[in-house]
Structure formats: C-alpha cells, structure tokens
Design a protein around this ligand. Structure first.
Ligand code: NI
Ligand code: MN
Length: 226
C-alpha cells in the first residue's frame, strides 16, 4: 500500500488495483505547491471523515474527473448523493467489505458541519484493511478512550493521527493515542496548514521516539509504503 500525503489531512492511497482519496483539501490549502493540484486525480473512492471544509472542499471537482464512490457517514453521503455523486453511507461501528478491502467507520470526538451550514452527521475515522495491511485513519479527533477498542480487534500496521493541536489532539495526546491503538508507526497529519496548528517537527518526532514509537512527517507530495 502506497500512501501519498497531499497536505493537511488529504491522503492518496494506492492499493492493488484501486485508488482511494481521503479528505480532499488541495485547491484551498495555501501550503500546497503549484506542482500539485487536483487535476489528474482519479480516485475510485473518496473517503470523508467529516464535513468540515478543510476535508471536503475538492470532492465535487475531483468527482467530475473519475465519478468515484463517496464513503462517509450517512449525512455526508446523502449530501453528496443530492449533488448527483455515487455514495456508500456508513455509520459508527459499521464495517463493509468493498472491492478493495474492508472499512470500519469508527468514533472521533470532534464536530461536523458543512460550510453552507448543512448537518454533517457525527465525525469519524476509518479502520482500513486492504492488501494484507491494517491502517487506522483517525480523522479530526481528540484523544478518546474509544481508541482502546481498536487493538482489541485489529493489529495496526500504521496509525494516521492528527497532531496539530487546537482543533484536534496535539503531540502529547497523539503519543497517548498511539499507545491506546497499540501502533508503533504513526503518520502525523493535520498540522502546519494554518497558524493555529503549527508544530515543531523535531520536538514532535522526539516525543514519539521517547515513547518507543516512530512519527513520520511527509512533505506534501511525498509517499511512504507499508
Ligand atoms: Ni474538522
Ligand atoms: Mn480539520
């Protein structure tokens, strides 16, 4: 599984035979260089953790390019279905096996409303099982005891955790979250995009290292494989 960081909380997952895009926010992200754009992005599926603008901004434009299926909570799925997009609605605690693998929609402690004020359901994260790997994509969330449920059923190869603080967990809580989900490898996201969420990269990596975990911070456009 190849994971490319496209800035903020946007990830491109290249699986065997399928491409998944998560929380597309590229055109509005001031940190994204001119060399990267939504042009040419043709995902088979778009996974959305919640309805905030910094997670759904580019959904409709990208959908015009490849008619992907949107996977999210019920309210977000209906919102995009009303706009003519193909959707698969889920809700917390539910799993579904797709052509690429299995997804479970799990709890996140955050909020979820669209920029136009529409209700965006309750926010979540995803446990993705595909290509023989298991990845937890936390979405925007606080540290929550619900994370302890995940390793009861899943042995994670990677946890993608927000680390920018202010709107989500900060570094210290994310270190505890990595402990809760029992994962050694952590990919940090949701940091540096806005003034509120700037982090000290060196300090962040040291905090995880001290806890016996490894924090990956990818540059925008950079990839890792698991
Ligand atoms: Ni949010
Ligand atoms: Mn966000």
């Amino acid at each position: 599984m190849k994971i490319t960081f496209l800035g903020h909380a946007t990830l491109l997952l290249e699986l065997e035979g399928h491409t998944l895009l998560i929380d597309p926010f590229i055109s509005g992200n001031p940190m994204v260089p001119d060399t990267i754009s939504i042009k040419g992005l043709k995902p088979d599926y778009i996974l959305l953790t919640h309805a905030h603008q910094d997670h759904v901004l580019d959904v409709e434009e990208i959908a015009k390019q490849s008619d992907p299926k949107i996977i999210s909570n019920y309210e977000i799925a209906m919102y995009f279905q009303d706009k003519g997009l193909r959707v698969h609605p889920m809700n917390h605690g539910g799993s579904w096996t797709f052509s690429f693998g299995t997804i479970k929609y799990v709890q996140a402690v955050h909020t979820s409303s669209f920029a136009d004020g529409s209700y965006g359901g309750q926010p979540g994260g995803f446990v993705l099982i595909a290509d023989g790997k298991t990845v937890y994509i936390a979405g925007d969330t606080a540290l929550t005891m619900d994370m302890k449920l995940i390793p009861m059923q899943h042995k994670l190869d990677l946890a993608v955790l927000p680390i920018g603080d202010n709107f989500t967990m900060g570094i210290d809580d994310a270190v505890i979250a990595a402990n809760f989900v029992e994962c050694t490898k952590v990919l940090g996201y949701h940091y540096d995009t806005f003034g509120y969420i700037e982090i000290d990269h060196k300090k962040a990596k040291e905090s995880f290292e001290k806890a016996g975990r490894e924090l990956y911070l990818l540059g925008i456009g950079e990839s890792m494989s698991i």
